[in-house]
Design a protein around this ligand. Structure first.
Ligand SMILES: Nc1ncnc2c1ncn2[C@@H]1O[C@H](COP(=O)(O)OP(=O)(O)OP(=O)(O)O)[C@@H](O)[C@H]1O
Ligand SMILES: [Mg+2]
Length: 231
C-alpha cells in the first residue's frame, strides 16, 4: 500500500484581510523523504503556510490531512504538532522557559517522557547541535544566534518525523551556519526550509518551491543558476 503524505493540503484558500487573498486553491503533499527548499519575496505567505500546516490558523476553504486523515479536532492537531516540529522565524516566540535546559526538555516532557529521560534527551540534543555548556544559561540572556540554535534544539529534542524550518540561519555566524548545514545534511527527517539564503537552501534541499499568485509552484535547481524573475 502506498504510504500517504505526512501532510497534504487540499484546495486551501486563505487571506488575513478581504483585500489581499494570500492563497487561492493550494494543493500540496509533503512526503517522508522530502527535503524542500522554500523561498520567495517578503510577505508572500511562506510563514503563513507553515502556520496553516500546524493549525495555528485555519483555512477559509480546504483541508489539512495528517497521514491521509483530515484534521478536525484539537486532539488531531496536537498529534500533528508532535510529529511536525515548527521552528519559528523569531526564536523569542519559541523559547519561554527560564533556562535552556527547561526549554529543550519541555517538548520531551510534554510527550510523556519521565523528567530524567527528558533531561537526558535535551542534553543529547544540545550536544548534537554543538550547544553543550549552554544548558544552565538563562534563556533570555542568550545572544540572537544562540537563541536560534536553542529553538532548533527545543524542536529537535521531540524527535519529530518532519521539520518546518522558518529562516533557520538568520543571525548565525559562518561557523554556526556550517554546523547547521552539516547537521541538516545528515538528518533523514523530512523538512521544508524557508530561507532567503540560496546557497544554504541548495546545500540542504533536494527540491524547491516558491509562491506565485497565491499558488505554490515547484522550481528546479536550475532556477538558482538563472537571473531570478520573481525577486
Ligand atoms: N496576523 C496577521 N494579520 C494580518 N496580516 C498578516 C498577519 N500575519 C501576516 N500578515 C500579512 O500576510 C502576508 C504574509 O505574511 P508572512 O509572514 O506569511 O510572509 P513571509 O513570506 O513569511 O515573509 P518574510 O519573508 O518577510 O518572512 C504579509 O503581507 C503580512 O503582512
Ligand atoms: Mg516569514
Amino acid at each position: 500500500m502506498v504510504e500517504p503524505p505526512i501532510i497534504a493540503l487540499e484546495h486551501i484558500f486563505f487571506s488575513y484581510t478581504e483585500q489581499t487573498p494570500l492563497f487561492a486553491d493550494i494543493c500540496f503533499a509533503f512526503n517522508r523523504d522530502d527535503k524542500i527548499g522554500f523561498f520567495g519575496p517578503n510577505g508572500k505567505g511562506k510563514t503563513t503556510l507553515f502556520r496553516l500546516i500546524v493549525g495555528l490558523i485555519k483555512p477559509e476553504k480546504g483541508q489539512v490531512l495528517f497521514r491521509g486523515v483530515p484534521v478536525h479536532t484539537e486532539n488531531q492537531w496536537r498529534e500533528l504538532r508532535c510529529a511536525v516540529g515548527f521552528v519559528l522565524q523569531n526564536a523569542d516566540d519559541q523559547l519561554f522557559c527560564p533556562t535552556v535546559l527547561d526549554d529543550v526538555a519541555f517538548g520531551p516532557l510534554n510527550l510523556g517522557l519521565a523528567p530524567d529521560e527528558a533531561k537526558k534527551r535535551a542534553l543529547e540534543t544540545l550536544k548534537t547541535l554543538g550547544l553543550e555548556g549552554l544548558e544552565n544559561r538563562l534563556t533570555h540572556t542568550l545572544s540572537g544566534g544562540e537563541k536560534k540554535l536553542v529553538s532548533l534544539a527545543s524542536v529537535m529534542s521531540m524527535r519529530p518525523d518532519a521539520l518546518l524550518l522558518d529562516e533557520p540561519t538568520n543571525g548565525l555566524d559562518p561557523e554556526a551556519k556550517a554546523r547547521l548545514v552539516a547537521i541538516l545534511k545528515n538528518l533523514p527527517t523530512a523538512r521544508i526550509t524557508i530561507s532567503h539564503d540560496w546557497d544554504f537552501l541548495m546545500e540542504i534541499s533536494h527540491s524547491f518551491m516558491t509562491i506565485n499568485n497565491g499558488k505554490l509552484i515547484d522550481v528546479d535547481s536550475d532556477f538558482f543558476m538563472r537571473p531570478p524573475h520573481i525577486y
